[in-house]
Design a protein around this ligand. Structure first.
Ligand SMILES: NC(=O)c1ccc[n+]([C@@H]2O[C@H](COP(=O)([O-])OP(=O)(O)OC[C@H]3O[C@@H](n4cnc5c(N)ncnc54)[C@H](OP(=O)(O)O)[C@@H]3O)[C@@H](O)[C@H]2O)c1
Length: 301
């Protein structure tokens, strides 16, 4: 038997529980892994709350990104073998907060040995989102990227990617995250009342790309700073971004391998701020659900 963290009902955290299941076996195009680490994301609690719908089979295994060691390969899988170290996205809702799971081979890559399992587990969701948001609208070195929600898991990686490309980066986050944002080389602007004027003071002509990780009114307030509405991209609130003339996050081809490469060469640090054992998955989720995480939270089975 093998442990997995699930939610039994759509709604609050009270429906979450650690249960036993048979270690899942890989189907065609899948690989089974012994999980070494699993990243926690806002999407985990949003899924539990029913934000993405309430039609999934319950109980539902939680966790959307993992790293681990391959224990079995399904039919038709040629790129992976037993013993390989990998990172990727769980298949068939089998979850990442688990001792064992199954990944889609097409959404997995080999884990470079320079990357720890813990850091690797922060790449499939947060890392790919940071990569896509900073590339979805092409900008040149010296042009300005504004990141709203800059102190969280995705935001910190987006700012580091900006440095690689020599964009002029501005990060909006709460005052407590000034040190984190400035450590990436970005200019820091505190969130809260008057934020648009503070950004305007640094970018009088507006910004060339606005990457949003917050959405709602916070995005609406900063949207007029975008040089054109079409340079607004949001991972948090695609609906509002589209309404403003921008777009939601679009997944690009091969993005997992690209961001893994950038992390491998030490250009981006996923900034895992805390790890929790699987037995404390509820505490790990609660920390992310607070909405004020400093970097990434990772669960270690
Ligand atoms: N579409 C996708 O594929 C995709 C992929 C990954 C993530 N996402 C979404 O992107 C968002 C960010 O994800 P994440 O993993 O980075 O979350 P996170 O680690 O929880 O970070 C969110 C950050 O937002 C900040 N924040 C909240 N309100 C703010 C405001 N008014 N102004 C400035 N900052 C504010 C928080 O910091 P403060 O304490 O400083 O406020 C926190 O650091 C989430 O909505 C997530 O669901 C989408």
């Amino acid at each position: 038997m093998s442990q997995v963290f699930v939610f039994k009902d759509y709604g609050g955290p009270e429906g979450q529980q650690l249960v036993e299941r048979d270690a899942p076996t890989p189907g065609p195009g899948e690989i089974a892994i012994e999980v070494r680490a699993a990243g926690v994301n806002p999407a985990d609690w949003k899924r539990r709350e029913g934000v993405f719908g309430t039609r999934g089979t319950l109980p539902a295994a939680m966790g959307l990104e993992a790293s681990g060691v391959v224990t079995g390969v399904g039919e038709g899988v040629e790129d992976f073998a037993v013993g390989d170290e990998v990172l990727g996205a769980p298949a068939r809702g089998l979850g990442a907060f688990a001792a064992h799971t199954v990944l889609k081979a097409s959404e997995s890559v080999a884990k470079p040995e320079e990357i720890s399992f813990t850091d690797a587990a922060a790449i499939p969701i947060a890392g790919t989102a940071a990569y896509d948001l900073t590339h979805q609208v092409e900008i040149e070195p010296g042009q300005t990227l504004l990141v709203l929600g800059a102190g969280g898991g995705v935001g910190l990686m987006a700012l580091q990617i900006a440095k690689v490309h020599q964009f002029r980066a501005i990060g909006v986050a709460s005052e407590s995250k000034r040190d984190l944002v400035e450590a990436t080389g970005a200019a820091f602007v505190p969130s809260g009342e008057g934020v648009a004027e503070r950004v305007r003071a640094l970018a009088a002509d507006g910004v060339d790309l606005l990457a949003d990780l917050v959405g709602g009114d916070a995005l609406r307030e900063l949207a007029p700073l975008a040089k054109e509405p079409s340079v607004i991209v949001s991972a948090a609130d695609g609906e509002t971004a589209v309404e403003l003339g921008g777009a939601g996050r679009e997944r690009s081809e091969g993005v997992l391998g690209k961001i893994a490469g950038v992390v491998q060469y030490g250009l981006v640090d996923p900034h895992v701020v805390r790890t929790y054992p699987l037995e404390q998955a509820a505490e790990a989720l609660a920390e992310v659900e607070s909405g004020h995480t400093r970097g990434k939270i990772v669960i270690i089975p």
